[in-house]
Design a protein around this ligand. Sequence first.
Ligand code: FES
Length: 369
Amino acid sequence: MLSLNRVYIYPVKSLRGLRVSHAAAGISGLNFDRHFMLTNTDGTFITARQYPEMVLFTPVMLPDGLCLYAPDGSAASVRFTDFHPQEAPTEVWGNHFTARIAPADINRWLSGFFNHNIELRWIGPQPTRRIKDHQQIPLGFADGFPYLLTSESSLRDLQKRCPAGVQMEQFRPNLVVTGAEAWDEDRWRVVRIGNVIFDVARPCSRCVLTTVNPQRGHKHGAGEPLATLQRFRTGEDGNINFGQNLIARNSGLVREGDRFEVLETGEAPVYGAGIIEDTRKPRAEAVSQFSLQWNDRQWQGNNQQPLLEQLESQGIRVAWSCRAGVCGGCRIRLLEGEVTPLKKSAIAEDGTILCCSCIPAGPLRLSEA
Ligand code: FES
């Protein structure tokens, strides 16, 4: 028999999650799920894709706000009423809406753990964000949908194939089902947990975040388990999928042990192997610094970090998605100089490069693609 095996809530996007025995499920997601997130001062979201150590921060919900515990043992709390009442422009994956900014003291405390100024934001009492193509459904700071469902059997199948250890927590699901055949969820269209009915919106495409170890807060050197998933879970659109995004039709209670029913099924997408390339580790050579130039802007870069991170550290925003050399979203133009590619395909013949997967090998001149 199929049943709900685990329930997780992530009060702050990309910080440590909480496993709970039960939760209130609403149309916007589980109560308290992704009601807070960290952003740049311009309101763009930041996540553990850029800063893997974020998963080591522990959020605790308080009756009147939130307390954050940092990995160094320090802590800071903020009340809902302390957030700036003025709504500020905020962005998640190109989706623009507004949210409330935390007071300066907690932002200063948080910024001390990063290499630039960041802000804590709260969705506020009346969330303004909506699900794309479902304008009637409010959404917190989740990537795009209110719920993520995964299956224990699919995880077990992945664990058998993957040379590295893999934990469910690396996929950051809300709802985990047990008792199904591996990958049966590809065919599910409508499911019920307790008395809550969910539509399966679409599969969840995966990125470098799955390679972050939740206990250590760093990325796997060989890009696992994403590299293994790419070998058999690449869809026709090139996305690497694991888990399903859901939208709830009604509100109710979901509890570990609840019966899980599949009410409607459909065709499973075709999956196969993507273009497989080994991820090379950055060369462990002595640190060198050289001049990097983006359009008219110049600064001292290094031969240790991917270019995307070095551009972002200068406040230069480049579109990205997977940060793993898979999606092609971070392509920029290399006008002059040499880079070390972490994947062969990171350097194209037309003079463009994938900046998430290239490390400077000397002075560079760069621009938009
Ligand atoms: S962000 Fe996907 S290839 Fe760089």
